[in-house]
Design a binder for this molecule. Structure first.
Ligand code: C5P
Length: 230
């Protein structure tokens, strides 16, 4: 099977729980995302365990700081052998360039978060960002691309517009995925795996539909089948 486009979000607060779930998965069927909470409790040791099991790891720490600090943090993270890492595009051009320089191409993939999807127009106004959220996202996506990063995280519903304005090899990583028949949980704007791929997503970040499934491996296989049949 060709490399999986599914990134399973390990949103757990104990290494033990994350590893129990991972023991039911297969590295040929998915990659894994470790975010701030799990990394805060389990750290580099867990990353080493996951990579040792053969999984590609996306370390979702969303770095945002002065360029020198971000550059050094990116290098330290990449040295753990991770597959993908992210920073905030709102850190600006100099920070994005410094992050890129710290991670030579063909090592760890470097992507950026544009706007947090939790922020609405009022939140943006509070911090002095005027304009439509969609347009700000587009501007930040193009800035990220101009700085040579490999892609961005974007919601399933932004994917279609963004695919139309970025280069074909610029990677779109999309959370907010739900099966047609599953609960939306706290996600507001969702797409099915096949809709997201049709809209131009390269990778799908999927948490609860897999991690909380009665049979996580079966759920993963079902999604892989849905998208590989396209
Ligand atoms: O369980 P669920 O599939 O909703 O998990 C989605 C994952 O993607 C979580 O780790 C969440 O933090 C992350 N994410 C998101 N929306 C964004 C960015 C990241 O849901 N805009």
């Amino acid at each position: 099977m060709k490399e999986s486009r599914i990134i399973v979000a390990l949103d757990f607060n104990r290494a033990h729980d994350a590893l129990a779930l991972v023991s039911q998965l297969d590295p040929s069927l998915c990659r894994l995302k470790v975010g701030k909470e799990l990394f805060a409790v389990a750290g580099p040791q867990l990353i080493e365990q996951l990579t040792h099991l053969g999984f590609d790891v996306f370390l979702d720490l969303k770095f945002h700081d002065i360029p020198n600090t971000v550059s050094r943090a990116c290098k330290a993270a990449s040295d753990m052998g991770i597959w993908m890492l992210n920073v905030h595009a709102l850190g600006g051009k100099k920070m994005l360039l410094a992050a890129r320089e710290a991670l030579p191409k063909n090592t760890t993939k470097l992507i950026a978060v544009t706007l947090l999807t939790s922020m609405d127009r009022d939140d943006l106004k509070d911090i002095g960002l005027q304009g439509e959220p969609d347009q700000i996202v587009q501007r930040l996506a193009l800035l990220t691309q101009d700085c040579g990063l490999d892609g961005i995280v974007c919601s399933a519903l932004e994917t279609k517009n963004l695919r139309g304005i970025v280069n074909h090899n610029f990677c779109l990583v999309t959370p907010g995925i739900r099966m047609a028949d599953s609960s939306q949980d706290d996600q507001k704007r969702v797409a099915t795996p096949s809709q997201a791929i049709k809209n131009g997503a390269d990778y799908l970040v999927i948490g609860r539909p897999i991690t909380q499934a009665i049979n996580p491996l079966a759920a993963l296989q079902q999604i892989n089948q849905e998208i590989s049949a396209m």
